[in-house]
Design a protein around this ligand. Structure first.
Ligand code: TTP
Ligand code: MG
Length: 357
């Protein structure tokens, strides 16, 4: 996917979107009886489970992510526990980001958060509101968005008015927005740094921003100190990054039973080569390097590659090369295989793409 050209333009407003009580919100949608009761998504409260997240009802009792489930139960004896269902959350997350991407350029940074390219100041608020409305419309989930001239300001702002909030920090207002906030809210500022700053009486981003060079060097020496002070001042040149560039297309398959017959292995490789070549062709690319990967019964992995003088997207050619590479691997180390895979690489830089079965 190519991103809109407006990405990374200096002067663009950045949004940070974060879904509200994400896992818990999904569970409430899936089981309406869980709405309006204190809910924890997490591990066993009678074992060593921890809280992944809690709905806002449960947060009133002081229940928080990463707390032990046993502690959550102590704080609210009638809290309802459900175990995390990660594949369901992944599906909701995909639906959210598909609809967000249909409106603005996106750099996803987590399952429920990412940065948005909101263009110039004039249209940023309207775009952010449109994103919130679209997310709610397509998934019934709510999200909070912070808007600012930098990633730091946008990320901090998205957490200010949860749930469902929109906080816009206009250009020029960064330092005053940050000044009164606790240093703990600055992304990238870890617990050890926090402790050192507090020991000197530096509790707010405003006082961190005001530290002189010499004082800064003594508390937080090196690059990191300057970076954190810059961010506390609202200075953060990071732009929205497009998704990582692809370097290969590959597919692999674990067999229900290990296979040692070379003919059957060749058939599998030819079939996989068809699939890989299909993706190459449809993306208008050709590849110079073909790789065969094998996994033996003891789970060890070997791979063999060959590089052509000119690129190809021909399934039969890739299949034959993959088979020859398999023969080489088996000549070096014979044995039954749990898995084989075919990959192609060495093309014009594009996104990494792993085919799913
Ligand atoms: P968060 O966005 O930090 O939390 P949240 O979406 O539940 O609540 P908020 O409204 O404050 O944004 O994390 C997103 C999901 O990631 C969260 O729903 C569950 C999971 N998660 C964990 O599993 N363990 C953790 O310690 C945290 C912080 C999150
Ligand atoms: Mg969240």
């Amino acid at each position: 996917m190519r991103l809109p050209e407006s990405l990374n333009v200096v002067g663009t407003l950045i949004g940070h979107l974060d879904l509200d009580a994400f896992y818990a919100a999904v569970e409430e949608l899936e089981s309406p009886e869980l709405r309006r009761v204190p809910l924890v998504v997490g591990g066993d409260p009678h074992g060593r489970g921890v809280v992944a997240t809690a709905n806002y009802e449960a947060r009133k009792f002081g229940i928080r992510s990463a707390m032990s489930s046993a502690e959550a139960l102590r704080r609210c004896p009638h809290v309802v526990f459900v175990r995390p269902r990660h594949s369901v959350y992944r599906d909701y997350s995909r639906a959210v980001w598909d609809v967000v991407r249909s409106i603005v350029g996106v750099e996803r940074t987590g399952i429920d958060e990412g940065y948005l390219d909101l263009g110039d100041f004039g249209g940023a608020r309207r775009l952010a509101e449109a994103v919130q409305t679209a997310v709610r419309g397509s998934t019934s989930l709510t999200c909070s968005i912070g808007v600012g001239t930098s990633k730091t300001v946008a990320k901090i702002a998205s957490d200010r008015r949860k749930p469902g909030g929109l906080t816009v920090v206009p250009p020029g207002r960064e330092a005053s927005f940050l000044a009164s906030l606790d240093i703990r809210l600055l992304p990238g500022l870890g617990p050890r740094t926090e402790e050192r700053l507090r020991a000197l009486g530096i509790e707010t981003l405003g006082s961190l921003a005001e530290l002189g060079d010499e004082q800064l060097r003594s508390v937080l020496p090196g690059k990191n100190g300057r970076l954190l002070r810059d961010r506390a001042r609202g200075v953060d040149p990071r732009t929205i990054e497009p998704p990582a560039e692809a370097v290969s297309i590959s597919t692999e398959e674990t067999f229900p039973r290990d296979i040692s017959d070379p003919e059957r292995l060749h058939d599998e490789l030819r079939r996989m080569a068809e699939s890989v070549a299909g993706h190459l062709t449809s993306s208008g690319r050709s590849a110079r390097t073909v790789t065969t990967k094998v996994r033996y019964q003891d789970f060890s992995i070997r791979s063999r590659s060959t590089t052509l003088a000119a690129g190809t997207d021909d399934a039969a050619r890739i299949g034959e090369l993959a088979c020859a590479l398999l023969d080489r691997a088996l000549a070096d180390r014979p044995g039954a295989l749990r898995l084989v895979g075919v990959g192609v690489s060495n093309f014009e830089p594009y996104r990494q793409l792993t085919l799913e079965h």
